[in-house]
Design a protein around this ligand. Structure first.
Ligand SMILES: *[C@@H]1O[C@H](CO)[C@@H](O)[C@H](O)[C@H]1NC(C)=O
Ligand SMILES: *[C@@H]1O[C@H](CO)[C@@H](O)[C@H](O)[C@H]1NC(C)=O
Length: 281
């Protein structure tokens, strides 16, 4: 259950698909990077049709890319062929050669950090955002452009304080005492979506060499931050980062930055409703 220490170090993995123009010839203000399973093309499709297609906001360029590992179940050959075909169409898939699985999400996050640090160091901001999320890009850009928002040493999101470490072995959030000894995690940003300045990925990749890995990726980033001695920045409004929204609420979506949804179809439907006519909030 304990991940071998070098296993999360992203330098141990290789990109097998990485032909996006992002940060080679395109230099955005904000990169949205989405960890997603190779077979989950439905989520990618919904994102491309909704917030992933919001590329010009308040005079700034926004770009969305997806980060995948390699499949280890199902028809692997077919899945891989489909991933390549999809990428030939959109050139927005980045694939690394670690095995894509729930228990490898910490590896995925560190590979995301490694990709950003090596490919996009000059970009001001990035957001790691899960594939089941609604995102209000306009509100996100407004928050980033608010005077006083830090331009370096900055991570924000829905912060969780004093979260107890789960010691029940059958829980999906189980962390052994070998991996993390304290009873509570330090403050961290809930993994559904957090935003950071582009100096952070390099710092996190470096410090991860000294922080014992465990599976809960967002709490792991919290432990890395504590080890770095850097505090998370609270968002202007905690409610801008909503956990769940399983019924359409126009005014909440209009005022939020992000919210967790259930299905790709729900994302497309909420998006269409929100962009359509309706009362001002
Ligand atoms: C993205 O938006 C453009 C311009 O509004 C539109 O023409 C295009 O069809 C959209 N792409 C997708 C995948 O929905
Ligand atoms: C995580 O990825 C590594 C590298 O590909 C692999 O060796 C390991 O089996 C994976 N672990 C799980 C739980 O999938």
């Amino acid at each position: 259950e304990r991940i071998r220490h070098n296993m999360i170090y992203p330098g141990n993995y290789h990109f097998i698909l990485d032909d996006t123009e992002l940060c080679r010839s395109i230099h955005p203000y904000l990169v949205l990077i989405v960890p997603v399973a190779p077979g989950n093309w439905k989520a990618r499709d919904a994102i491309r049709r909704t917030w992933g297609n919001e590329t010009h906001i308040q005079g700034e360029l926004i770009q969305t890319v997806f980060l995948l590992g390699v499949p280890n179940s199902g028809n692997i050959k077919v899945l891989q062929r489909n991933v390549r075909t999809e990428n030939r169409l959109y050139h927005d898939l980045i694939q690394s050669d670690f095995i894509d699985s729930y228990h490898n999400l910490t590896i995925k996050t560190m590979v995301i950090m490694d990709w950003l640090a090596s490919r996009c160091p000059m970009v001001p901001y990035a957001m790691k955002i899960d594939s089941d999320m609604f995102l209000n890009v306009e509100n996100l850009v407004s928050m980033l452009k608010t005077p006083g928002t830090p331009t370096t040493i900055y991570i924000t999101g829905r912060l969780k304080n004093e979260s107890p470490v789960v010691r029940e072995k059958d829980s999906q959030w189980y962390v052994s005492e070998d991996s993390y000894r304290e009873k509570e995690f330090p403050t961290y940003a809930v993994g559904m979506g957090y935003i950071f300045s582009l100096d952070m990925p390099r710092r996190l990749v470096e410090i991860s060499k000294r922080v014992t890995p465990f599976y809960v990726e967002d709490a792991y980033i919290g432990v890395c931050m504590k080890t770095l001695g850097i505090d998370f920045t609270p968002p202007p409004e905690r409610n801008h980062f909503r956990l769940y929204m399983f019924e359409f609420n126009r005014c909440q979506l209009a005022k939020s930055i992000c919210a967790i949804l259930k299905t790709p179809a729900q994302l497309v439907s909420y998006w269409t409703l929100l962009k359509g006519p309706g009362p001002a909030c």
